[in-house]
Design a protein around this ligand. Structure first.
Ligand code: ZN
Length: 221
């Protein structure tokens, strides 16, 4: 998880890393701030996929094709040629999150100040236990937001597979004022942006592909 500003301000990260279908999708976003969020999330997703596969960000086979209408750019993203791996992305108001790992994964990020609603929708979408837990607080808002983010992450991961359950990890990033959740098959490595971004490529100011560390991810919340 990172802010849009952190990602788009990083040397070497830019629209040149995206596939033509992603650029077309980006062009269709009319609000500039939202376009930046989409770009940031897609770049972060490419970095996560590159880190997972050991491939350059442009060559991870990242694809997103809707099974209903067969158009690119919506539906659950996936890595072409890596059927055992899952990828997911999320963006909201200056925040971007992405996840990549074995099996189904789903990620959701929301600004910590956001309050989900209305109550009728929450009653339909959130687990009963989460609603009860939130109602026990004097202000149920923050607990409802956390439950919402967990539910979104589970939904985006899709069915966990026969006999399996999603492991849902949720946390609050105080510095970035964000609530994040990831649903995954295994224990997620929660990487700070610096771990995924690597450093600027020595001898090049910008525009070059980001060099990604190939070592195993060091889990650091
Ligand atoms: Zn569609």
């Amino acid at each position: 998880m990172a802010t849009t500003r952190e990602l788009l301000g990083h040397p070497g990260l830019g629209p040149h890393l995206l596939a033509p279908w992603e650029l077309r999708r980006l062009d269709a976003v009319r609000v500039p701030a939202r376009r930046d969020d989409v770009l940031a999330a897609r770049l972060l997703l490419r970095l996560c996929a590159a880190r997972l596969t050991g491939l350059p960000p442009q060559e991870t086979g990242l694809a997103q094709r809707c099974p209903r209408c067969a158009r690119d750019g919506h539906g659950r993203p996936y890595l072409d040629g890596h059927p055992g791996l899952g990828v997911s992305l999320s963006h909201a108001d200056g925040l971007a999150a992405a996840a990549a790992g074995p099996g189904p994964v789903g990620v959701d990020v929301e600004p910590a100040a956001r309050r989900p609603g209305p109550p009728g929708v929450l009653r339909r979408l959130l687990p009963e236990a989460d609603l009860r837990e939130a109602a026990a607080h004097p202000d149920p808002g923050p607990a409802l937001l956390r439950a919402w983010v967990r539910a979104e992450a589970r939904f985006k991961a899709g069915p966990p597979g026969a006999g399996a359950v999603h492991r849902v990890t949720e946390w609050t990033d105080g510095r970035r004022s964000a609530v994040v959740a990831v649903a995954s098959a295994g224990t997620p490595a929660l990487l700070p942006p610096a771990a995924v971004l690597g450093g600027p490529v020595p001898g090049r100011v910008d525009r070059g592909p980001v060099r990604l560390p190939r070592t195993a991810p060091g889990a650091r919340p």
